[in-house]
Design a protein around this ligand. Structure first.
Ligand code: SF4
Length: 254
């Protein structure tokens, strides 16, 4: 619940998004911390570690707390797994890993093999390995913080606000607020922050990976290529969401 116990209202959230649109990510995270008792940070193991860095510092100032979770899909690069532990140790925070349901993974792999996403789209595999675990990760929180940016995906993220209601994982009687503090930052600004504050980063970035997800669905990009070109490169740009942020799609991915 909010610190004041007030109900979460869609009109109010839209007004908050307008009010905070030009705010620094630290200010947006500070507001999230001050308003929500049950707040979690979604950490993907990529450059959105700046969220944890900012949240740790803001939480210390306010004497507030937050949790961190990640989705261990079972298909992450070894470097990403090492990095998740490194970040946990560096900041002294527990990063709660949510894994897919073993029975669902077994059914998919038995029926379609290990790489079905290459021939029939990534939604089914992402649904099992990411979306279902995300639902569990968000089941008991009132608000969460993501590293989404507008410049990550012109096809699907160009309009994301810095704060919004999440109708996908929230319910009408139990709304979920989603903060996107980096929405208006560019990749270059994120990297300036990483370098300026000595924020740890995934070593795959030094090998040409701009956007990092599961190993079989992520590749290094060439100079000048958009970062989203390194994800699900066999699919249309307008479908490059894994269901975690399906709210961004004009038409939900099937
Ligand atoms: S990104 Fe690829 S491997 Fe990972 S859950 Fe989605 S389809 Fe499966």
């Amino acid at each position: 619940m909010t610190t004041t116990g007030t109900a979460i209202d869609a009109t109010q959230i839209e007004a908050d998004a307008r009010r905070l649109a030009a705010s620094h990510p630290a200010e947006i995270i500070a507001e999230a911390l001050s308003r929500f008792d049950s707040l979690t940070v979604s950490f993907s193991g990529a450059e959105d570690v700046v969220l944890i860095d900012l949240a740790v510092r803001e939480a210390e100032k306010q004497g507030r707390s937050f949790s961190v979770f990640t989705l261990d899909t079972g298909r992450l690069h070894p470097e990403t797994l090492e990095f998740i532990q490194q970040v946990s140790d560096h900041y002294g925070v527990t990063i709660e890993a949510f894994a897919p349901q073993a029975a669902a993974v077994e059914r998919l792999v038995r029926a379609k093999g290990l790489f079905s996403f290459r021939s029939d789209g990534h939604q089914e595999c992402c649904g099992i390995r990411k979306v279902e675990p995300l639902g569990r990760a968000l089941a008991d929180v009132d608000a969460y913080i993501t590293g989404q940016r507008k410049d990550q995906s012109p096809g699907t993220r160009a309009e994301i606000p810095v704060v919004q209601l999440d109708p996908g994982f929230g319910r009408q009687d139990n709304p979920l607020v989603k903060f996107n503090p980096l929405a208006n930052w560019t990749s270059a600004q994120v990297w300036q922050q990483i370098m300026a504050y000595g924020v740890p980063y995934n070593p795959l970035h030094d090998r040409g990976f701009k956007s990092i997800g599961c190993a079989p669905c992520t590749r290094a990009t060439h100079p000048g290529e958009h970062e989203r070109a390194g994800r699900w490169w066999w699919e249309e740009a307008t479908q490059k969401e894994c269901g975690l942020h399906a709210i961004n799609l004009a038409e939900p991915a099937e």
